[in-house]
Design a protein around this ligand. Structure first.
Ligand SMILES: Nc1ncnc2c1ncn2[C@@H]1O[C@H](COP(=O)(O)OP(=O)(O)O)[C@@H](O)[C@H]1O
Ligand SMILES: [Mg+2]
Length: 314
């Protein structure tokens, strides 16, 4: 299978309005997705899921690192290449079902719209394709219904048909079942798996719902802007062991299992000692105590400096 998405060392820094505070939403993401794969990226709120998805969809760009899609470097796309990418390469499905459709339009028109705006299919083939797509998401009996006349699950199915309209190579989904009940969630993920195989689409789903893992070919955990393959994540999640494998990225960032922190009383700061064959991590004084020391030191220094200046001024 050839590589569809190749994300290398992607870092995304957000700044606040005054550009003084920066926040690393992604801290060196490495992600390779093969053509036709269904990849799930699972993690808690604030982990960087939407940020990553927006970068994959060229709705935002990395602060550093590269994104290649279908062998093309997305970072350097011109405005017209970005428009083409949005129209013909990627289809989006967002969490809120009604965000994926036009509420004033019938189901059939919703699917036709992307084809009319920027699709490559001849006009006389568009209706046939729209009907086929509605059938493939199980909405053949709802073609003339407006989204407001459909259930949440049905609207999300319609959203999927809309995303597929221009036959994009990749479907990107941000918490697509976040607003649906568990039964509907199961139905939607089962449908996605079928569509993934039937249409041979590459699908990336970000979600905090671990049910998605059952349907995915590859699963990643995302936490604090870092991506971890599930197999490695599982080895880190073992909770009763005194010895564990953990992942260190190229910046030296290390995740320490929570029960290790509890057992050792480590909070916020550690002392790291290097020996020839190992690195030791020891508990260190609390953050407050450290900043206290810094404040005291600074006061002492400035006092000394002032008195010296005072003397020289005399
Ligand atoms: N436009 C933005 N400006 C500043 N910070 C942002 C922006 N978008 C997201 N963030 C921050 O980046 C982190 C990751 O956000 P996000 O990707 O939305 O996480 P998730 O989708 O996993 O909940 C969060 O701490 C969030 O507050
Ligand atoms: Mg999000």
């Amino acid at each position: 299978m050839s590589l569809m998405i190749d994300c290398r060392n992607v870092i995304k820094i957000y700044y606040n309005r005054t550009k003084q505070i920066k926040m690393a939403a992604l801290r060196g993401v490495e992600l390779k997705v093969k053509k036709g794969e269904l990849v799930a990226i699972v993690g808690p709120s604030g982990a960087g899921k939407s940020t990553l998805l927006k970068i994959l969809g060229a709705l935002d760009f990395p602060s550093s690192g590269t994104l290649h899609v279908g062998g093309k470097l997305v970072n350097t796309f011109t405005q017209s290449q970005i428009i083409d990418y949005h129209r013909n390469w990627v289809g989006f499905v967002w969490q809120a079902p009604l965000r994926n459709v036009l509420t004033s339009e019938k189901a059939i028109n919703n699917v036709l719209l992307p084809m009319k705006i920027g699709g490559k299919l001849p006009k006389n083939k568009q209706k046939e394709r729209a009907l086929d797509l509605l059938k493939s998401v199980g909405l053949e009996h709802r073609i003339n219904h407006k989204p407001t006349q459909l259930s949440g699950g049905e609207v999300q199915r319609l959203g999927i048909a809309v995303a597929l309209a221009n036959d994009p190579k990749i479907i990107l989904m941000d918490e697509p079942t976040g607003e649906l009940d568990s039964e509907t969630t199961t139905e939607i993920f089962t449908l996605l798996k079928e569509l993934n195989k039937f249409f041979d689409k590459t699908i990336v789903i970000v979600s905090h719902d671990r049910y998605v893992e059952k349907k995915a070919d590859v699963v990643y955990r995302i936490s604090d802007g870092l991506l971890l393959n599930i197999d490695l994540a599982r080895s880190i999640e073992v909770t009763d062991s005194k010895e564990q494998v953990s992942y260190v990225d190229e910046f030296g960032l290390l995740r320490i299992p929570l029960h290790f922190l509890k057992d050792t009383g480590i909070q916020n700061y550690v002392k790291i000692k290097s020996a020839s064959d190992r690195i030791e991590i020891l508990p260190h004084v609390q953050e407050a105590a450290v900043s206290d020391v810094i404040v005291k030191e600074t006061k002492k220094e400035s006092k000394g400096k002032n008195s010296k200046e005072d003397r020289s001024g005399k």
